[in-house]
Design a protein around this ligand. Structure first.
Ligand SMILES: NC(=O)c1ccc[n+]([C@@H]2O[C@H](COP(=O)([O-])OP(=O)(O)OC[C@H]3O[C@@H](n4cnc5c(N)ncnc54)[C@H](OP(=O)(O)O)[C@@H]3O)[C@@H](O)[C@H]2O)c1
Length: 333
């Protein structure tokens, strides 16, 4: 049975990758932490492993391989998207990624394929004048600590021609188990929608099940050392997004509040101070606000369609319907 490691397996995306890997017959190791939530890792065949980032990772991998054999596939999903301390992005999204790659290579356990979960944020705000979609050959200009940390991790991978990798750069991923879009859906259900800035904002989305299909198509394809932006191919304004959520929730009236960007910036500065004091990450940290205020969240998925034959199975309306049903069935809404 082929072996796979999924890091960040307790998270939203990682837990779906684990489910799919089991369905496809992989023997799966779920990379988690001691205190990670295991609510979505209940299948008894899942092996759990707490990876020693920062200390003795190579030795741990050597011992693991001696006992169980090597992982043919590694999906590196562990990462942070928000933090009260910007240094965390560098440490966790870049340093830990580098440590994992180095430990696999230096112990002679390079997998057949290493999937790295990057993000559109690695390329930054892009063209906010003509709204040209981001492409792999665009010049990356990340303007957030999150985006910068993902970009340098990508660049490290790309500096290793003998290491078979795929970089996935998804746009916003939504679906069951996800919490940020959930917060927005909850606000819409309460009759409020908050928008940032008055200039039009264009958005791409990808439903979790389509992202899972992209990831496993990449694993099963002979391709490597490639990078793809991942989205469902449709473009929405932020208002169109809210209208879909509103329709799915059968809300007749939603009060839309638009905050000017300078007000949002002030709120984020106070939010950051509050986070520093409490140590809790916030949905409105300055880094997160820089991402949320980006006007052009669109990317070119032609290479993904060409190389993997990708075609999304869900548009936003269909994916949101399934998601809201799940939120309701699980008592989130
Ligand atoms: N969601 C999106 O829209 C989106 C879009 C583009 C890219 N991505 C990328 O996809 C990956 C997964 O995102 P997600 O939405 O699934 O996030 P998530 O739900 O927050 O999951 C993050 C995972 O990383 C683990 N992790 C965090 N800090 C860690 C640390 N210091 N050591 C070890 N593990 C750590 C978490 O473990 P705990 O459960 O113990 O905290 C969790 O399993 C991330 O790399 C993210 O940057 C996400």
């Amino acid at each position: 049975m082929k072996k796979m490691l999924v890091t960040g397996a307790s998270g939203f995306i990682g837990s779906f990758y684990v489910d799919e890997a089991l369905k496809r017959g992989w023997d799966v190791w779920a990379g988690i932490r001691r205190h990670s939530n295991r609510a979505f890792l209940t299948d008894p065949s899942i092996h759990l492993i707490d990876l020693n980032y920062g200390n003795g990772l190579q030795q741990q991998i050597e011992q693991h391989v001696a006992q169980y054999g090597k992982w043919e596939c590694v999906i590196h999903c562990a990462g942070i998207t928000k933090s009260p301390d910007e240094a965390d992005f560098y440490n966790i999204n870049y340093e830990y990624t580098k440590q994992l790659i180095d430990a696999l290579r230096n112990s002679g356990n390079t997998p057949s394929i290493f999937i790295f979960m990057s993000s559109m944020a690695a390329y930054g705000p892009g063209d906010e004048k003509h709204y040209t979609p981001l492409r792999s050959d665009s010049t990356p200009q990340p303007n957030t600590a999150y985006g910068k940390s993902k970009l340098i991790a990508e660049q490290y991978l790309q500096s290793l021609p003998d290491f078979p990798y795929i970089i996935l750069r998804p746009t916003g991923v939504y679906g069951p188990r996800e919490r940020d879009y959930y917060v927005m859906a909850k606000m819409v259900q309460r009759g409020v929608d908050v928008a940032l800035g008055f200039k039009p904002q264009l958005l791409n989305f990808i439903y979790i099940k389509d992202l899972v299909n992209v990831c496993f198509s990449a694993i099963e394809s002979p391709l490597h050392n490639k990078d793809w932006f991942v989205a469902d191919g449709d473009i929405y304004t932020s208002k169109a997004y809210t209208d879909i959520v509103k329709n799915v929730l059968h809300k007749k009236h939603v009060f839309r509040i638009t905050f000017p960007l300078f007000v949002v910036h002030l709120i984020s500065v106070f939010g950051a101070l509050f986070c520093k004091v409490t140590g809790k990450p916030s949905l409105i940290s300055p880094d997160k606000i820089r991402i949320m205020k980006q006007r052009n969240w669109t990317c070119d998925i032609t290479p993904l369609e060409r190389d993997l034959g990708f075609k999304a199975s869900y548009n936003l309306q269909q994916g949101m319907e399934e998601t809201i049903v799940w939120y309701k069935e699980n008592g989130w809404l």
